[in-house]
Design a binder for this molecule. Structure first.
Ligand SMILES: C[S+](C)CC[C@H](N)C(=O)O
Ligand SMILES: N[C@@H](CCS)C(=O)O
Ligand SMILES: [Zn+2]
Length: 326
């Protein structure tokens, strides 16, 4: 019942947006633009320790730009990751909780501010708690390879995700955003965990893709979506942090494989070098191309569209302008 009510919130938002809501853009990218040093095993989540005020500022900037959904700073925030920095379990859990609180505070403050402006065109945004893949935690680029090795079983992945999921759910986000999932095993682990933990918050699960056809592991999306399609916890499935050139083909493919809503938030097209820990130049979309393509992606069936790494508030503003031009 609670799950249905919360899903209805998202459905209403999508309706208010004219059929497609705007997800925010590269969170880590915008932290870096403001000078944050995130070349760290915790990547963007290092800011939860070092500069929580900056996290709130970045959320505000994406809200100003027109994001209807803000994704929290917890992508690479994990309890084992924090423990290896010398933090205690209590401190680690409170940082996870804080990631949700910071986004909720930004959303509430922004909404209070714009509500006073007559004729504004914003919607009250929703907060999606980011849950990065096991590969993100490994910090070796394996969210783009999908190869976790023989020793990584379904149970190991569930154990990895379990406590963080519990803490994030407890913190009360509107949605859960599983990001850069590179293979079927992890997708299945996430779905089973949502069920085992009786989670009452709607979730999306996004895969990466490095060839524009399949998941990074080489598994087809038909295989990968199979456990997701059966789950009541999953509201949307899609792609994040893959090149924007792949999105059109991938939406067409997903539309044939699922009745779930489709969510896409590609990166700029630059390619992550997991060893050197840097983005390599490649064929990229600028903001003008995002503006051109957003309505096309919507018309092909995407219900949630945004940007991922190397996109900025100006990209989100371009997408929002395009989608909300009525
Ligand atoms: C989406 S990637 C750019 C995130 C960072 C990666 N997990 C790493 O730590 O190298
Ligand atoms: N939402 C993440 C990126 C996922 S690839 C972040 O920017 O921290
Ligand atoms: Zn990304």
């Amino acid at each position: 019942m609670v799950l249905e009510k919360k899903s209805a919130l998202l459905e209403d938002l999508i309706k208010k947006c004219g059929g497609c809501a705007v997800v925010d853009g590269g969170f880590a990218t915008q932290l870096e633009i403001h000078g944050a040093a995130i070349n760290d095993p915790l990547w963007s989540a290092v800011s939860l320790i070092k500069n929580p005020e900056l996290i709130k500022r970045v959320h505000m900037e994406y809200l100003e730009a027109g994001a209807d959904i803000v994704v929290t700073s917890s992508y690479q925030a994990t309890i084992p990751g924090f423990l290896s920095r010398g933090l205690s379990i209590e401190e680690s859990e409170s940082l996870l909780q804080k990631s949700v609180e910071l986004a909720v505070e930004a959303r509430d403050r922004f909404w209070e501010k714009v509500s006073k402006v007559s004729g504004h065109s914003y919607n009250r945004a929703l907060v999606a708690a980011s849950i990065g893949s096991y590969g993100a935690y490994l910090a070796d680029g394996s969210e783009y390879s999908g190869h976790y090795g023989e020793n990584v079983s379904l149970d190991k992945l569930k154990d990895f995700h379990r406590r963080r999921l519990q803490v994030l759910v407890e913190a009360g986000p509107d949605l859960l955003a599983f990001e850069t999932i590179p293979n079927k095993l992890e997708a299945q682990a996430c779905v089973e965990l949502l069920e085992e933990e009786k989670v009452q918050i709607p979730a999306w699960i996004c895969f990466t893709s490095v060839d524009g056809e399949k998941a990074p592991s080489g598994e087809s999306f038909e295989e990968c979506l199979e456990p997701l399609n059966k789950s009541n916890n999953i509201y949307a499935v899609g792609i994040n942090c893959a090149p924007p050139q792949f999105i059109e083909n991938l939406i067409r493919k997903f539309a044939k494989l699922t009745e779930k809503a489709i969510v896409v938030y590609p990166n700029s097209g630059e390619v992550w070098d997991g060893k050197a820990k840097q983005w390599l130049p490649s064929q990229c979309f600028g903001d003008d191309e995002f503006e051109m393509f957003a309505t096309k992606w919507r018309d092909l069936g995407a219900k949630l569209i945004g940007g991922c790494c190397r996109t900025t508030p100006s990209t989100i503003n371009a997408i929002s302008r395009d989608l909300k031009r009525r």
